[in-house]
Write a protein of this length. Sequence first.
Length: 202
Amino acid sequence: MKFLIAYNNDTLDEAGGHFSFCGEEMELEMEEHGFESIVLTPPLLTNVHLLHSLSECHICFIANHGDARSIAGNDGDFVSVDTDNALFSGKLLYAVSCTCAKELKDKLVIDGLRSFWGYNNKLSVWYGYPQYARCCMAGIKSLMNGKTVREAKEVMIAQYNNDIFELEEQFPNMLFLAAALLDNREALVVYGEDDLRLSDLE
């Protein structure tokens, strides 16, 4: 199977650092598992490059700013409800991006997407706390380890629960850290057949 990994490594805000870390983590996972991948980072974070690369990939991982209707790219939307999304048919999209589980998810599913992982609200990040990236990446790592969609979602929720508790225990005077991670967990949206595995997408 082949992955498309697209992430923004060209921003200076906390979210940009988060996107970059998650994207680099995906690249390391590719090496560890021996999976093929195409990597798109700025200035190649464009819809043209996405469509060119997606035709030969089965799984798409995107980490960048988003909203209800789109995920951002360079000088325009990387993918949106208004782009040509036919090439997402039969594939899995794993999005580390704000709010795109609202309208964008539904449009991609109509266009044939088999599984969607993303968030229907703002994705909160506090720089310097690894719990945030660990939780965001738990689902895709579980899928790469052969878990089904249902099993990987359970692992991801358990990771959120463990890390929320860890933040509460380690930083009792900074409960906003745990509260923000809880908000992320509550915003998580997973769509797809319970028994679907990445190997079924080949």
